[in-house]
Write a protein that binds this ligand. Structure first.
Ligand SMILES: [Zn+2]
Length: 487
């Protein structure tokens, strides 16, 4: 090329071309390092399709230092690439045979790469266009679920579910978010993160069952909640939705949520009779603490209906952890305790250790909310009738347990180890002996909640209801090997 305009154009185009690959590589490396996932993995695509401005900014405020590091790296690469692509290397060089051969080989490799479909698919320009398309499709399908909801209600009515008990009944399902049971002192954690739940346990005796070996089978919200309400087989056209079934058998259903999440709202919440999205109500603080839901729960419990099924969907300890408890209420950040010392000796980074302190502080606030929900449920006990309360988390969280990482984790047990608790009013039948030691999986939880609701329909296998005598545990298939599901 001789024309300076063409040389400039080539410089610019070559720069853009190389930077596309650099950016693509940086994003892939980031996702692989943090989540062991490729960009088109269900976890990443689902999160992108289902996120919003608030959640994205919380995410960035938690991971800003990794993002900043990558941006600095990219800026350096950009400078280098700009410099290299700007050099007119062939000017004044005599034609060298070796150089010609080398150039021909490079051209050949490039042509083969563009001809091969699996390689071409990974070209940044092609791949990311397709990726945006997939994310948009997923978002559109999440935002338009009314046909599916009508189908589920129809399916539930067809099943003709009946109630096995007469009289009033109130069942509360307190569904939390990102809680790893290993961090609850109720489960033996050294930091006192659950004093109030432990007090509830002491007062409740046999009425409260703490499942020592509870597992989620998904490490992110959308699939976990979908599996939970879809009886572990949400993709099957014959599978029921727990809320549709509860409504078809005469329950009035509430969905009270602190999540601002289009997927959950469209797939589950809108099946309920009454939907309260606390996080979107005007006049609330921009960071909505789970305590905002207590009033809503109280009014639902006070409502005059005979049969009530109340789902409370908390933000729990969803990252960013420091936004999940009132400012300044972190008792774990001032001294070096046994947890801090053991993390230090494992070589856990300062950042992850700090995240652990904030995570535990979020759990302490969470303990107060969950115990208060149980107290409220206990206090409205009608003189006759059934009252039950179940608490569990959608999935766990890795905060320096195995990896030097804080956040969702699909590749370590910490991402799946959840708490699960059931409380039943004194009048109800006591659960079978040794039930708290039974391994429990959250994708089967709907069978248990249906039991608490006293709903009967056919066919209704009892082997998946952890409270039933014929319960039969089956190990779920998780992405990594689990030594023991009862440890
Ligand atoms: Zn979640």
């Amino acid at each position: 090329m001789r024309s300076p305009v063409w040389i400039k154009a080539r410089h610019f185009l070559a720069f853009i071309w190389v930077m596309l690959f650099a950016l693509d590589g940086a994003i892939r490396a980031y996702l692989m390092e943090l989540y062991e996932s490729s960009p088109e993995g269900a976890m990443v695509l689902g999160a992108i399709a289902n996120t919003n401005w608030r959640e994205s900014s919380e995410y960035l405020s938690m991971h800003w230092h990794s993002v900043a590091l990558i941006c600095c790296g990219l800026a350096l690469v950009a400078l280098l690439v700009w410099h290299i692509t700007g050099r007119n290397v062939f000017r004044g060089v005599r034609k060298d045979k070796r150089l010609v051969v080398f150039t021909l080989i490079v051209v050949l490799v490039c042509v083969v790469a563009y001809l091969s479909k699996p390689w071409r698919r990974l070209h940044p320009a092609v791949f990311w266009t397709q990726w945006v398309h997939s994310a948009n499709n997923l978002k559109a399908s999440l935002a338009d679920q009314h046909v599916e909801r009508a189908r589920l209600l129809g399916l539930a009515i067809q099943a003709k579910p009946v109630l096995t008990s007469a009289g009033p009944s109130t069942v509360v399902l307190a569904l939390s978010e990102s809680i790893n049971r290993d961090n609850l002192s109720l489960y033996g954690y050294l930091r006192q993160t659950t004093p109030q739940l432990q007090e509830q346990q002491r007062n409740s005796g046999d009425q409260m069952t703490v499942f020592r070996n509870a597992w989620s089978v998904d490490s992110s919200t959308l699939p976990a909640v979908r599996n939970l309400f879809g009886f572990g087989a949400p993709s099957s056209t014959q599978s029921h939705h727990l809320i549709a079934l509860a409504r078809a058998s005469g329950y009035k259903v509430w969905w009270i949520s602190n999540h601002d999440d289009v997927g959950i709202e469209q797939q589950h919440a809108r099946l309920a009779d009454i939907v309260q999205m606390v996080n979107r109500s005007p006049g609330r603080s921009s960071v909505s603490l789970d305590g905002e839901m207590l009033d809503e729960l109280k009014s639902a419990l006070d409502a005059p209906s005979e049969r009530k099924f109340i789902v409370v969907h908390m933000l729990g300890a969803h990252p960013h952890y420091s936004l999940r408890y009132p400012k300044g209420q972190n008792p774990f950040d001032d001294e070096v305790d046994a947890i801090e010392a053991s993390l230090k000796s494992k070589g856990t980074s300062l950042w992850v250790r700090r995240q652990r302190q904030e995570y535990d502080a979020a759990l302490l606030y969470h303990d107060h909310i969950v115990a208060e929900m149980l107290r409220l449920t206990k206090s409205v006990t009608p003189p006759k009738g059934k009252v039950a309360w179940m608490y569990l988390s959608d999935h766990g969280q890795e905060v320096g347990h195995v990896r030097n990482h804080a956040g969702h984790s699909s590749s370590t047990e910490a991402g799946y180890r959840i708490p699960a608790i059931i409380w039943q009013a004194p009048s109800s039948e006591s659960p079978p002996e040794g039930v708290s030691e039974r391994p429990f999986r959250s994708d089967w939880a709907a069978w248990t909640v249906a039991d608490l609701l006293d709903i009967h329909w056919t066919p209704q296998p009892l082997e998946r209801n952890v409270l039933s005598n014929p319960y039969q545990w089956e190990e779920p298939r998780l992405p990594m090997a689990v030594n023991s599901f009862t440890k």
